[in-house]
Design a protein around this ligand. Structure first.
Ligand SMILES: Nc1ncnc2c1ncn2[C@@H]1O[C@H](COP(=O)(O)OP(=O)(O)OP(=O)(O)O)[C@@H](O)[C@H]1O
Ligand SMILES: [Mg+2]
Length: 387
């Protein structure tokens, strides 16, 4: 991989600053180098009408390459001041990771201060727009579509965690990072992107204080970043897919609970079906309830009690009966104005449902040695099944 990277560098060096770097160079047969000019013409000079969105990393444009291929052109903001070599090394790493449920990185542009990523274009935009967005972008998704979105996302995440080399913790699983292709098959975007930014400026870490709803409490509060933080976020995402409600925007009940808390309350009160999106009709109730239960397993307070993504795939793929006696209360991270987080702009509090002692319970769970995890052993899935 390193030698390929140097091959690009040498090639770029060969061009004086006034010349365009050679375009379309294959690196590991996976990633192409685009000139800034070619991306400018692909996006009508980065015209506002080509703009399809913006996030913490920069602005995304729809582009059309000379051969007619549609692409999503993500222009990274200035904080991505990584050197060319480091940038290309990361790009090579990301572009090597390929799976049907991951958005494909086609290439990039590194010219002067420009750092631009070129991705395959997904016709049906993000889950955030399609499922949770404004009326004009909203699409009614039936249960088979929602089930395949959950399963496909789980497969993509399991690949990142367990098969990619090196394995990748996504860090920012959320509805806007799940893109949908023309058949509404899901693809996870932005994996590995946090690595392109120096640690202190990644928007993910600065946003830790601000995002309510997706962040695993141990990551938000203690900075403990493991695959289980992704599992937590995935659980929240599933609840959004099933309820049709945004975890970051909606509040539920008189106590204005967030989605995970609300789900737990409904479960405790035997009213779980009330979580299901009223737009859904003719759904298989037992299967939908199983999916909700899997989501609750994913969002448990103690990271080591959450399943791995591989186990999640299994639980979603077949009719397993989950041992709900093992299910513990979710951990919840909430923005809080009075306590400051390391380096973040805000603070945090932990709570769990209506139980005021939950913070203590959570801390106890956090102290559990990872080696005692019920999900670490190979037969751990069966521990969730009736004995
Ligand atoms: N490959 C793609 N194909 C089609 N649309 C895309 C693609 N990638 C991104 N988008 C659109 O661009 C929007 C912005 O994406 P971007 O990743 O920059 O921001 P975000 O996902 O909202 O936040 P974050 O920066 O935290 O990931 C997405 O919500 C989606 O609508
Ligand atoms: Mg994104």
């Amino acid at each position: 991989m390193t030698s390929c990277c140097f091959a690009i560098l040498n090639c770029c060096k060969g061009n004086s600053s006034s010349e365009e770097p050679a375009e379309g160079i294959a690196v590991n047969n996976n990633v192409r180098i685009f000139s800034y000019n070619s991306l400018r013409s692909a996006t009508s000079n980065f015209h506002p009408s080509s703009r399809i969105g913006a996030g913490g990393y920069g602005v995304v444009y729809k582009g059309v390459l000379r051969d007619g291929t549609n692409v999503a052109v993500k222009s990274l903001s200035a904080e991505s001041s990584q050197g060319t070599r480091e940038f290309l090394t990361e790009i090579n790493m990301i572009s090597d990771i390929r799976h049907q449920n991951l958005v494909e990185l086609i290439g990039c542009c590194v010219e002067g201060t420009h750092r631009i990523l070129v991705y395959e274009y997904l016709e049906n935009n993000s889950l955030a727009n399609t499922l949770l967005g404004t009326l004009s972008k909203h699409v009614v998704l039936d249960w088979p579509m929602r089930a395949k979105i959950c399963l496909g996302t789980a497969l993509g995440l399991a690949f990142l965690h367990e098969e990619a080399e090196p394995s990748v913790v996504h860090r920012d699983i959320k509805a806007s990072n799940i893109l949908l292709d023309r058949n509404f098959d899901p693809k996870i975007g932005d994996f590995g992107l946090a690595k392109l930014f120096p640690d202190n400026v990644t928007h993910v870490s600065t946003r830790v204080a601000g995002t309510v709803g997706y962040l695993a409490p141990e990551y938000a509060l203690l900075g403990q970043l493991t695959k289980k933080a992704d599992v937590y976020s995935f659980g929240v995402l599933m609840l959004e897919v099933i309820s049709g409600s945004s975890s970051t925007k909606a509040a539920f009940g008189e106590e204005l609970l967030i989605l995970v808390e609300w789900t737990w309350k409904l479960k405790q009160e035997g009213r779980l079906v009330e979580l299901i999106d009223p737009e859904l009709i003719n759904y298989p109730k037992a299967e939908v309830v199983r999916f909700i239960t899997v989501a609750l397993f994913c969002t448990q307070a103690a990271a080591n009690q959450r399943p791995t993504m591989k186990q999640v795939v299994e639980m979603l793929s077949r009719e397993v009966h989950l041992n709900e006696n093992l299910l513990t209360e979710p951990g919840v991270y909430k923005g809080h104005k009075t306590r400051k987080l390391n380096g973040g702009g805000g603070g945090a509090a932990i709570s769990g449902g209506s139980s005021s002692s939950h913070g203590i319970k959570y801390k106890k769970a956090m102290k559990t040695s990872p080696s005692s995890s019920q999900f670490n052993s190979s037969n751990s899935l069966t521990q969730m099944l009736p004995r």
